[in-house]
Write a protein of this length. Sequence first.
Length: 296
Amino acid sequence: MREGRLVRPDGRTVAWSECGLLEGRPVLRLPGTPGSRLSLRMDQTPWVERRLRVITVERPGFGVSTRLPGRGFAEHADDLAAILDHLGIGSLPVYGGSGGAPHVLAFAAWHPGRVLACAIGDGAAPLTDDEVGQQLDIVAAADRLARAGETQALRALLDDARTSILADPIAGYREVMETAPAADQQIMADPAWQAAFTRGICEALAPGVDGWLDEVVAISGDWPDVDPAAVTSSVTWWHGDADRNCPFSAAQRLVGRLPDARLIVSTGSGHLVADGGEGEILDELLARARPVVAAG
């Protein structure tokens, strides 16, 4: 692994990591929430076998990346474009899951020339009031507080969750996910998954809860800076129909608004579809991500 940091014009630092085959084909990967540049697979075989250089970028307020209060999704889309400029990369495949989904779509909408194809696993989507109630208890509580503008109460809720997670990352996350489907529980029992999760989330939450709070507020809104009609690249969205972090009906509705999108349903699966089938997701993404060659 190698790491990079870029100082943006407003003075913020944005950090990323590069893993897999460092001289391989670049792929941009956006982690879930809360995630960091260290939210990486312990077993990088799916990346190495496909000869991929996987670039994982932190969002503001997580890890060593500077917070940007009041941010939406367009700001980080510009951060991503600046990082690709810094690395000398033009266009590439992009994928992410959970809270990374709106950032994938925002990047594709705001910088269409940089995106060859997109893949999303169990992505977040704007919710109806009924769908908020279908979520896991703590996720639903955070959404309701964010929607009501109860920022201090939301901060207290996330602070408690952060304290529990950092004290014992696996036990803390199991507490959050205690009513998740059996498919998620099975993935969470894998020691390699636990090690990767621990490293990524502890780094993400090390500076405090601000980045998490900003992201919950943004995701719980109506996404005014993400225009589905502007996402001209192809999108394949993989989603478990038993997902209680990101209800399936919301994903289905959002996919229906994308001009060139396909929804692949994993029956009986929960929120960790991408964790269990990343190789399959990458193969499908790479098959669509053919660079465009100009005539002449």
